[in-house]
Design a protein around this ligand. Structure first.
Ligand SMILES: *[C@@H]1O[C@H](CO)[C@@H](O)[C@H](O)[C@H]1NC(C)=O
Ligand SMILES: *[C@@H]1O[C@H](CO)[C@@H](O)[C@H](O)[C@H]1NC(C)=O
Length: 159
């Protein structure tokens, strides 16, 4: 299996180890679901993965060393936008992708460059704090919804 598409479902939880040992998997599309959490155990030993698409979910935090496992994979093309990221956490991912010679691809469906990519906590911090910060999520969603002209419905997360 080289391509796994489970996009556009109502998936809110993916079990630990869900995608382990998929030694041929090159591309996984998990976009447009309702995931809130990123789990670093998902991709253990899935070493050929090049494309991960997690855009349009509800991911707010990533766990410590979320991408540590990914030292064993070579993600070349990562799409993560349209999630209420905290900016320092997104920076961390961007740095990891850069170090691995990968590319973060902007979503095209949901109006590309107009989408806010992240929000800062009100107490400014450059550290990726791992607790969920409702304030950041609200700020992000407010910006997303105040775009003019508005984004298509499916691009805007429900509250
Ligand atoms: C990953 O691969 C190693 C080496 O083959 C193996 O020992 C380990 O059990 C695998 N991990 C998982 C979660 O299957
Ligand atoms: C990234 O590319 C550079 C230059 O080609 C290379 O030296 C380095 O080993 C690559 N890093 C990874 C993680 O592939």
């Amino acid at each position: 299996m080289e391509l796994l598409r489970i996009h556009n479902n109502q998936i809110d939880v993916i079990e630990d180890l869900a995608f382990v040992n998929l030694v041929s998997l090159k591309s996984i599309q998990v976009d447009s679901n309702k995931l809130k959490h990123w789990n670093r155990e998902w991709f253990t030993n899935t070493t050929k993965l090049e494309i991960m698409n997690f855009q349009n979910n509800k991911i707010r935090t990533i766990p410590r060393r979320a991408f540590a496992m990914l030292n064993k994979i070579s993600a070349k093309d990562v799409t993560l936008d349209n999630n209420p990221w905290k900016c320092p956490c997104l920076d961390r991912i961007a740095y990891w992708v850069y170090k691995n010679n990968g590319t973060i691809r902007a979503s095209s469906e949901c109006a590309g460059g107009r989408i806010p990519v992240c929000a800062y906590p009100s107490t400014f911090s450059q550290t990726c704090l791992e607790h969920v910060d409702e304030d950041v999520t609200k700020k992000y969603l407010k910006n997303l919804k105040s775009l003019d002209p508005p984004l298509p419905e499916y691009c805007v997360l429900p509250d």
